[in-house]
Design a binder for this molecule. Structure first.
Ligand SMILES: [Cu+2]
Length: 257
């Protein structure tokens, strides 16, 4: 049934669980669709005008219909209580610690994804809305010691494979939605809020960050990329980014009197 649904490849640790649920819900819907369809055809024939010249106002009295409705409700409760709620609880309760996870900030704006890594010190530098400019979309204050080693990218999120990722998600203007289909992650980015979202990518490759919430005229091109790399490749990328920062850091450093 998985291939039948045409789901994208699963590239995160919890993707299987989500897919299982999608498949079960689709089985229920398929059974209901076929069942109701057959019943509808039966009713068209059974209550045709030729056989029933006078309408009955009493309606159906059989016990089967009630039994079926209760049955469907029980299946729905099972899906909700044993699949959906536990899966959601894990998403919102069992966050990885900041020590074990790769922590990044992602800020949506019309129409791009801004990414901020805290750098080797593990601390996010201060951002200030007054410093937002074309070449500084996050308004990162490079004079802040914590900000000097921060890596920022636009529409590009590099992450190591098999390590928990903790994204602090926000938005600068309107509501966007951080959609990583292959990771089975989707979370709204809301201005004025920092929303944590986590996952464990487990498949090396290039994937897409899609904005999954209609956010304006350029919504269709609000597209970022997510690159899942081996730990070594990720470190290499990270070091290269740090090196690029070095000259900027030298000019930003206060000159000795
Ligand atoms: Cu958007």
């Amino acid at each position: 049934m998985l291939n039948l649904l045409g789901l994208p490849v699963a590239a995160s640790a919890h993707a299987g669980e989500i897919d299982e649920m999608i498949v079960l819900v689709h089985w229920l819907m398929a059974i209901l669709f076929v069942g109701w369809g057959l019943f509808f055809i039966y009713v068209l024939f059974r209550f045709r005008k030729g056989a029933n010249p006078k309408a009955s106002y009493a309606g159906a009295k059989g016990k089967i219909s009630k039994g079926l409705e209760v049955g469907v409700a029980i299946v729905e409760v099972i899906l909700l209580v044993f699949y959906a709620i536990p899966a959601w609880a894990k998403r919102v309760k069992a966050f990885p610690s900041e020590q074990e996870a790769v922590v990044v900030k992602v800020v949506g704006e019309q129409f791009a994804w801004n990414v901020q890594y805290p750098g080797p010190d593990g601390k996010f530098g201060r951002t200030d809305i007054r410093m937002v400019a074309a070449d500084n979309p996050l308004g990162l204050d490079r004079s802040d010691p914590d900000a000097k080693d921060d890596i920022t990218t636009i529409n590009q999120l590099n992450l190591p494979v098999d390590r928990p990722v903790l994204v602090h998600l926000s938005s600068k203007d309107v509501i966007h939605s951080f959609g990583l289909y292959e990771m089975r992650v989707k979370q709204d980015a809301i201005p004025g809020m920092s929303i944590p979202v986590w996952f464990i990518p487990n498949r090396i490759g290039e994937y897409e960050i899609a904005c999954s919430q209609l956010c304006g005229l350029g919504h269709f091109r609000m597209r970022g990329f997510i690159t899942i790399q081996s730990q070594a490749d990720f470190q290499k990328w990270f070091d290269a980014q740090e090196k690029e920062l070095a000259p900027a850091r030298a000019t930003a450093a206060p000159t000795a009197p």
